[in-house]
Design a protein around this ligand. Structure first.
Ligand code: ATP
Ligand code: ZN
Ligand code: MG
Ligand code: MG
Length: 470
């Protein structure tokens, strides 16, 4: 990519989240992630180019030096902070405006700083030698959210030990008009390691994707949240897209039958990608430690009781879900246990504002930050260092609760008549999958107090909704 020869016609709208807008290159497997800001919130708007660049460089450092060691080399891709010509960014912003969903237009793309994050396009599997990719790659994006029930003794409302945060949050979002329908997805099912529960979790994501599920084909989003949609029609269209990947071309199944088969096959491929141990494929080791400690089912999940009871609650060590869950669980005090420690840090910083730097409250995100996260004492010794360590751990866990998993699937040329020698191997998979994790931004230190308020709002709302007499 030659930064001085950028042409907006080479880029197109790809997607966006709450904080950034992403455009993809029409030929190369690259994306640019540009920050967005709310026009009402001048605080967060970029100030100078240097500040904006440093902000993006901070994201890169955090992803590489903190999240990558915790989540695994395999899953995290390096990005690069870039400075783009302002003219290019302005033209790009005009070009993508009409593609943006209305619900996201409360924020505008930063066209002032010219800074962006350049990343590999994870919806386009890097071509591997064994695949003659005659079919465009598929990519499934899952934003799994928090996969465990908190066990902290600091929790004051018992419901938090029984119903997971995602399921409680659903009721709050519905009441506030964020979504029109409840999702039946429960993260605890996805993270259970039990294939049946995982399959149902993914089925529920497909039926009500909200912003937790997308499917891309050849880099184009073909399936995502659509609040006004006729779900059955959407599912049928999705199945038509998927049919060539999962059913032989001569299949005699009718449209309805094939839809069912195709969606089932898709789910199985996703489950097996999520459970693959990419670092050490030979060791079938299972990690029980995470989940055996606490409750592993959520009372709001609609799964059949027997299935919940019989589930083997373990994830293969080093599979992507295990890595994410382990990182999420760095939040072991819950926001209620963290709040007094946050106060300890805040009081110290009020007295000694310069300490903010030494304690790395806003970075730099380097080996020493990771050291503070990993070597935080297990028990509160009343020290500032303990409080800072827990605050850092909490922020890292927040990032892991908000990231997305990308499962890219390419068909392994079975019927293309090439590579005969490879084809006879009986163990050869029909698909090659690659799994990555994205959206690994540091969560600002200031956002923790917001979390505390949000937590009680969600819990109180849930209690009022479900137990109105108490
Ligand atoms: P959130 O609101 O979830 O915090 P965000 O504003 O931080 O989102 P991202 O999640 O990083 O933004 O990006 C928005 C969307 O753009 C993603 O959900 C994904 O669909 C797409 N995307 C981001 N990075 C890439 C990438 N490297 N390759 C392909 N698609 C990407
Ligand atoms: Zn749940
Ligand atoms: Mg995101
Ligand atoms: Mg994000």
């Amino acid at each position: 990519m030659e930064l001085d020869k950028m042409d907006e016609n080479d880029w197109k709208y790809h997607g966006e989240g709450n904080k950034s807008l992403v455009v993809s290159h029409v030929q190369h497997a690259r994306v640019l992630r540009l920050l967005k800001y709310s026009t009402e919130d001048a605080e967060n708007s970029p100030k100078t180019t240097d500040q904006a660049f440093r902000h993006i460089q901070n994201i890169v450092d955090y992803s590489q030096n903190v999240m990558k060691p915790l989540l695994g080399e395999k899953f995290v891709h390096n990005g690069e902070a870039v400075k783009l010509p302002l003219d290019f960014v302005r033209q790009l912003s005009l070009k993508v405006q009409q593609e943006r969903p209305e619900s996201r237009c409360d924020k505008v793309m930063d066209t002032l700083s010219g800074c962006a994050l350049c990343l590999p396009n994870l919806t386009q599997l890097s071509s591997c030698c064994c695949c003659r990719e005659h079919r465009p790659p598929l990519c499934i994006e899952i934003k799994p959210k928090c996969g465990f029930l908190p066990a902290s003794r600091h929790i004051t409302k018992d419901i938090k030990r029984k119903v997971c945060r995602f399921c409680m949050h659903q009721h709050f979002k519905l009441a506030n008009g964020k979504w029109k329908r409840l999702s039946r997805y429960c993260p605890l099912d996805l993270f259970s390691g039990n294939k049946q529960r995982m399959s149902l979790a993914i089925k529920n994501l497909i039926e009500e994707p909200q912003n937790n599920f997308n499917i891309f084909k050849g880099g184009e989003c073909i399936y995502s949240c659509n609040d006004d949609a006729d779900v059955l029609q959407d599912l049928d269209e999705l199945a038509q897209h998927l049919r060539p990947y999962f059913l032989p071309s001569g299949s005699l199944l009718n449209r309805q039958q094939s839809s069912k088969v195709v969606l089932h096959e898709l789910i199985q491929v996703i489950v097996s990608a999520l459970l693959s141990s990419w670092d050490c494929p030979r060791s079938g080791q299972l990690r029980k430690t995470h989940l055996s400690e606490g409750r592993v089912t959520c009372e709001a999940s609609l799964l059949h009781r027997d299935l919940l009871r019989n589930g083997n609650h373990c994830l293969p060590k080093d599979c992507v879900l295990d890595k994410i869950l382990g990182t999420q669980m760095l939040d072991n005090l819950d926001i209620e246990g963290l709040s007094p420690l946050l106060k300890r840090v805040e009081q110290h910083l009020q007295m000694f504002p310069k300490e903010r730097c030494r304690l790395q409250m806003d970075g730099p995100y380097n080996a020493s930050f990771l050291e503070k996260v990993q070597n935080c004492p297990a028990e509160d010794d009343g020290s500032l260092e303990y409080a800072v360590g827990k605050v850092h751990q909490y922020r890292v866990a927040m990032t892991a609760k908000d990231c997305s998993i990308m499962v890219a699937i390419a068909t392994c040329g079975e019927d293309d008549g090439l590579d005969q020698s490879l084809e006879i191997q009986t163990t050869k998979p029909r698909f090659t999958c690659s799994v990555s994790i994205l959206d690994l931004d540091p969560k600002p230190y200031e956002s923790i107090s917001h979390q505390s308020r949000l937590d009680s709002k969600i819990v109180n709302h849930y209690l009022r909704r479900t137990q109105p007499n108490n």
